[in-house]
Write a protein of this length. Structure first.
Length: 254
């Protein structure tokens, strides 16, 4: 009998963001896999997942298998090579968890922030494992609400404008882009607040941190006017929590 791996999108933070499909999937799982990240405050990421299980599986005692997440290192080969090596280490760890923690015929699940398709490579890693052993493994992906949707809902705006395309990108990429080419861009995974370099460009920013969580914070306005306030607020939040996860929309003013 095959082992079945579920990647369940759990939304940006709050338990209420789970879809009915995700909740039904939770109730069918034999073992939940969780990777613990190092760093002050990162234990809240595991606690949020555990809160979701407590809310939707109140009478169950789910089996949970945890492992330290492989640290991401910037190797000498460059950014892309470093990410590939990091993914390779995660791939070995996930394969070991499947082998050691899941019996034939059982279902295991990773609870994925937001949606498994958006800036999360777990789906690619597990797909590779399934492709290598299709007779033993099966993959099911359950979509989830993204931080992008939570951001635009919090600001009460559409993600698109009439007749314009939408760009989903990273802080690293936006930092290398010609500012004049930015029109309607959602920026994720920005560790260095790259928006601070975009003054004088007639750009508005719609910003949010810890979206969907109790500590959600939002702000909006012309970058030239709100940049310093945002940088200070971002620093305070990072200091208070030990980490920050923020997403923002850059939109050129008409």
């Amino acid at each position: 009998m095959k082992k079945t791996l579920y990647l369940i999108g759990i939304g940006p933070g709050g338990p209420e963001y789970l879809t009915m499909q995700a909740i039904e999937a939770l109730r069918s799982i034999d073992c939940f896999f969780m990777l613990e990240k190092d760093g002050r405050g990162k234990e809240t990421l595991i606690e949020a997942r555990q809160a979701i299980l407590a809310r939707y599986l109140p009478d169950a005692n789910p089996r949970i298998a945890t492992r330290p997440s492989p640290p991401r290192r910037m190797d000498a080969g460059g950014y892309r090579e470093g990410v590939q090596q990091w993914h390779a280490r995660k791939r070995v760890l996930i394969a070991e968890m499947i082998e050691q923690e899941l019996a034939a015929g059982e279902r295991g699940a990773f609870l994925i922030w937001g949606d498994p398709s958006l800036y999360d490579q777990t789906v690619s890693i597990v797909s590779e494992l399934v492709a290598e052993s299709p007779e033993r493994l099966e993959l099911v992906v359950i979509p989830g609400i993204t931080a992008v949707q939570a951001l635009t809902a919090a600001h009460r705006i559409p993600v698109n404008r009439i007749g314009e395309s939408i760009t989903l990108t990273t802080g690293r990429a936006i930092g290398q882009q010609d500012p004049a080419a930015i029109h309607n861009s959602v920026v994720m995974l920005d560790n260095h607040a790259e928006f601070q370099h975009l003054t004088g460009q007639d750009l508005d920013i719609y910003w949010g941190a810890y979206l969907g969580c109790e500590d959600q914070a939002i702000a909006a306005g012309p970058i030239d006017e709100v940049r310093d306030e945002l940088l200070e607020r971002r620093a305070r939040l990072r200091d208070a929590h030990g980490w920050i996860m923020d997403t923002y929309l850059l939109r050129r003013r008409r």
